[in-house]
Design a protein around this ligand. Structure first.
Ligand SMILES: *Cc1c(COP(=O)(O)O)cnc(C)c1O
Length: 473
């Protein structure tokens, strides 16, 4: 592609880094900006203009390349570089435990406890009654046993780590029998067969995708079978002509052949959701009562706490797991422990405290509540006084997410927005690039926000984002 003389003239106008560094000295905005940031911003802005000129993009004129205009662009780029990469967002997707958006929001007291423990010394590994070294695991072990009914408990960094650690401890170099219907991929490349292989356990699949019978497990047992494993199907469901062996039956089989039984519940919960008119998810207490040797589940899915992998079960096995040197590599940190302990304390009285745990509050939020708030938001947005905006209420379904309740849809109310002259995709992009990004969905060329996952104090943020957008376009 030939470059015209006009393009060459424009390219010659582009400033060098040294020139900008000199120029910036006269502007107090740059006083406390690290040089590396300024240099990086300058290079990317100049490079952007260079590309635009070469591609003969419309609108690149001599005035567009004047010092003040370029400096303004550099300021915007610097501002971006100086803000945190990890930012708060508004989740308007209606997916409550959204792994990409940080899964669970912590309970208020969990946040407070986390702040205190983060900024003060603590008895993380110090036994206050004996005045000597203690174990970090003891901080939540008692309460986990109290809530779940298990003999012992242990916590690690996340549930993938918990599954790996248990398999490595219970069944390294031994065969692990799993139903074909439970060889799941959770997402983010966590696949049960792969984790098993890395742990040194040998996978022995039994049954078929839709049906696995008791005798399939029994027939597969050999002298080197180390574990019977049950995996909660989490993010999908097999309906229709299907059979699976219950945990009780597996525990019975394990007992007969002296083989331990493990269950990976994935999104473990202590709450019987059928009490709230929802579908029932298996609870941790039920697994423990069934006599399983170890159960693993996540801290930040349905439990509504921080990222953690929780293991509860029989004394002997938990004891062995604690002694496995790999625990050190999967160690839970003190901030997580602080938040986890506070979260767990709510479960002593969960019927009354369910609203204290945001994940549970959002799951059990009545439809009427989402409707009231949808009306509030619609009214706020209508009040922008801009005739290009059209706002309406929509009926939709929220989802628990996090690999729980694959079939459950929660009826919810949302607000749909159309803006004359702007496509839904463009609105979505504007909302996503807001200072506090707002993530919604697009349906039938309309930007839609589900009120179930929008927090009460976030309505003004959305209103402001739309105001800003309308001012720009
Ligand atoms: C989510 C999930 C995991 C992984 O848990 P993380 O907390 O993401 O590490 C493992 N197994 C099952 C069945 C799951 O649903």
């Amino acid at each position: 592609m030939d470059i015209t003389e006009k393009q060459q003239a424009l390219l010659r106008m582009l400033p060098g880094v040294d020139y900008i560094l000199e120029l910036s000295k006269a502007d107090s905005f740059f006083d406390n900006i690290p040089k590396s940031v300024l240099v990086g911003a300058t290079r990317s802005v100049v490079e952007g203009f260079r590309t635009d000129i070469i591609n003969d993009r419309q609108g690149i004129t001599e005035t567009k390349l004047s010092d003040p205009v370029i400096l303004e662009e550099i300021k915007n780029s610097v501002k971006k570089a100086m803000t945190s990469n990890l930012k708060r967002m508004v989740n308007a997707t209606g997916i409550i435990v959204h792994t990409n958006l940080g899964r669970s929001l912590l309970a208020k007291d969990a946040v407070e406890n986390l702040l205190t423990i983060a900024s003060r010394y603590s008895n993380l590994e110090f036994d206050l009654s004996k005045g000597m070294r203690g174990s970090r695991y003891s901080i939540v072990e008692e309460i986990l046993c109290e809530i779940s009914g298990a003999e012992a408990a242990m916590v690690v960094n996340n549930n993938a780590g918990a599954v790996f650690l248990c398999l490595e401890t219970l069944s390294k170099d031994k065969k692990v029998i799993v139903s074909r219907g439970e060889l799941v991929e959770i997402g983010g490349s966590f696949r049960i067969p792969d984790v098993m292989e890395k742990s040194g356990a040998i996978l022995k699949e039994v049954g078929t995708t839709n049906r696995t019978h008791f005798h399939d497990y029994e027939k597969a047992i050999e002298h080197d079978t180390g574990l019977l494993l049950k995996v909660h199907k989490s993010n999908y469901s097999i309906v229709g002509f299907s059979t699976e062996v219950s945990l009780e039956e597996l525990v019975g089989l394990g007992g007969t052949y002296q083989i331990p039984v493990m269950e990976d519940l994935g999104s473990g919960t202590f709450v019987d959701f059928s009490k709230y008119g929802l579908l029932k998810e298996p609870t941790v207490q039920e697994s423990v009562a069934a006599g399983v040797d170890v159960v693993t589940f996540s801290g930040d899915k349905l439990l509504g706490g921080p990222q953690a992998g929780i293991i509860v079960g029989k004394n002997d096995w938990i004891g062995k797991i604690k002694k496995n040197p790999i625990t050190r590599a999967l160690r839970i940190d003190k901030l997580t422990l602080a938040a986890l302990e506070s979260t767990l304390r709510h479960y002593r009285n969960i019927d009354r405290e369910i609203d204290s745990i945001p994940t549970l509050r959002m799951i059990t939020l009545p439809f009427g509540h989402t409707e009231t708030r949808a009306k509030e938001l619609a009214e706020l947005l209508e009040n922008t006084g801009d005739s290009r905006m059209s706002v309406h209420l929509v009926d939709l379904f929220s989802r628990p997410g996090g690999g729980a309740f694959p079939l459950l849809k929660l009826p919810s109310k949302g607000v749909g927005v159309k803006v004359q002259g702007i496509s839904a995709n463009a609105v979505e992009k504007e909302m996503r690039s807001n200072e506090i990004p707002i993530i919604g969905r697009i349906e039938e060329d309309c930007f839609i926000m589900d009120l179930r996952t929008i927090q009460d104090d976030e309505l003004p943020i959305i209103k402001k984002a739309f105001d800003n957008m309308l001012r720009k376009v």
